[in-house]
Design a protein around this ligand. Structure first.
Ligand SMILES: Cc1ncc(COP(=O)(O)O)c(C=O)c1O
Length: 486
């Protein structure tokens, strides 16, 4: 290349070219679907991504084309109906499109003046969210990355409020100068609650892990006794709407009663379970949850938003703002301004999460969310019924909502664990499903989470059929081995 050509600036690819490229490949990828689980190993992916970094600018479409090729073998089919692992929503196309617009507009939803439309969309989506979940309209909502940061936000608010009621300003005395607080949490609570507590400076000495029942929710008598025995100046109780293995719900009316006796703060981890409140038929499961002080909920679960979106909700808006607001002269707040999104979350610069939430709440509607929840719960019950008749397979619990756990039985527990693990691998090898094992009550279990918006009864019928065939093959193999050895 001659010197003149080398020094010529790279022509920027047109906006039309880059966005059309993305739309074209996203459409192909969503319609073809990815391998159920990423086929490539980490070595292959590193080779594909770890190319020499040019010092000179490159053409954007060429780089995007390389991204498509490099990423393809490492994409999981999280948006496909058969992806039943973890609790992962299906990234609804309308939410994806709204997310694209959000990125294209490049709005920084920090303070109102920076992104007025984003601020108002979030304000309205907050109002709608409270309607969908039947929570008090005066609650405040922070749009976080997910439920983990929603829990962090709510617990930070809880601590500030509880100490304030004792006349202690944590902003001034800090943790070192504050009287001890204790947190009461079920032993089977989601790990992210423990993480949020750790980020907030709670150590295991301030966390009372309370025994749980078969469904993994509070043993109420054990909780009452632990709270009674505690000499802490203030108390926080963390309940669950949707236990991650069983899908079970705490008895919120009883928790609220206990909390009111102890002037404790009740927080609900309702990452997916709070959405049952949009369903006529399943709402009763989360009855009494409205009595809590705060709630964490995910948008990327039953609202089917693309990652990342969670909601930190509390009825104590003033404390919420006091816990999160940042003030600086350059973050001007005029009288006429609307709501500042960053007053409710631990970040300043942030995605305008209100736009896709505003879109998805309308695209699904309350009835659509409720019907999807019911469809997923019915699919879990259908799977349970089909599995019940298969020899050698055991359900770990009757489904409460969309979550199911099952295991294979063996001559002893160790063999049952090994068979469960092997069956999960063989099901994954069919390429029709993706499932994962976990430990539950000292056993290896296969976890089934029905959460994608396209997952239905047909999906689980296929899964039950495959389980049955594999079980039959296994029994035939075992019989053949027995015949050979005798
Ligand atoms: C019950 C429960 N709580 C909390 C979380 C954490 O949510 P996130 O991963 O969005 O931070 C999850 C995620 O699956 C969950 O199922």
């Amino acid at each position: 290349m001659d010197a003149a050509a080398m020094n010529a600036p790279v022509q920027p690819t047109s906006l039309q070219d880059v966005l059309s490229f993305a739309a074209h490949h996203a459409t192909i990828s969503r319609s073809e679907g990815a391998e159920m689980h990423a086929a490539a190993g980490v070595k292959q992916l590193r080779t594909l991504f770890d190319i020499p970094l040019d010092t000179t600018p490159r053409d954007a479409v060429a780089v995007l084309a390389e991204l498509v090729e490099a990423a393809k073998p490492g994409l999981s089919a999280t948006t496909s109906p058969g992806f039943l692992s973890w609790v992962i929503g299906g990234s609804h196309p309308a939410g994806v499109a709204a997310d694209w617009l959000t990125s294209a507009w490049g709005q920084n939803a920090a303070i109102y003046q920076c992104a007025p439309s984003a601020a108002v969309a979030e304000e309205v989506a907050s109002k709608w969210l409270l309607e969908l979940l039947s929570l008090p309209p005066e609650c405040s909502v922070g749009f976080t990355t997910g439920a983990t940061m929603a829990t962090f936000t709510c617990l930070s608010t809880a601590r500030l409020a509880l100490l304030d009621r004792l006349g202690v300003r944590i902003e001034e005395c800090g943790l070192a100068g504050a009287p001890p607080l204790e947190v009461f949490i079920g032993d089977d609570a989601h790990v992210t609650n423990f993480a949020a507590l750790r980020y907030l400076g709670f150590g295991s000495d301030q966390i009372r892990r309370v025994a749980c029942n078969d469904g993994g929710t509070f043993e109420l008598q054990a909780l009452a006794k632990a709270m009674e025995d505690s000499a802490a100046a203030a108390k926080i109780v963390i309940g669950q709407a949707g236990q991650m293995i069983s899908g079970a719900f705490d008895d919120f009316a009883a928790l609220a009663q206990l909390c009111s006796e102890h002037q404790a703060w009740l927080h609900v981890d309702g990452a997916f379970g709070m959405w049952v409140r949009a369903s006529e038929r399943r709402r009763f499961l989360a009855k009494g949850a409205e009595l809590a002080d705060s709630w964490s909920v995910d948008g990327h679960k039953w609202l089917q938003l693309p990652y990342d979106c969670g909601f930190a909700i509390t009825r104590h808006a003033q404390y919420h703002r006091r816990a999160m607001t940042m003030d600086a002269s350059y973050l001007t707040r005029d009288e006429c301004d609307g709501r500042h999104p960053s007053d409710y979350v631990p970040e300043l610069s942030r995605r305008a999460r209100g736009f896709p939430a505003w879109v998805m709440m309308q695209v699904l509607g309350r009835d659509g969310i409720g019907q999807m929840v019911e469809r997923h719960c019915a699919a879990a019950s259908e799977l349970a019924a089909r599995i019940d008749g298969i020899e050698g397979v055991e359900l770990c619990h009757a489904p409460t909502i969309n979550q199911l756990a099952l295991r294979l039985t063996g001559i002893d527990d160790a063999q049952g664990d090994a068979l469960t693990h092997a069956m999960t691998e063989r099901l994954n090898a069919t390429g029709r499903h993706f499932l994962k094992t976990a430990q539950w009550r000292d056993h290896t279990i296969m976890r089934v989470s029905i959460m994608g918006h396209e997952t239905d009864a047909q999906t689980v019928a296929g899964l039950a059929r495959d389980i049955e065939v594999l079980c039959r093959e296994h029994t035939a193999d075992a019989n053949a081995a027995f015949a050979c050895n005798n």
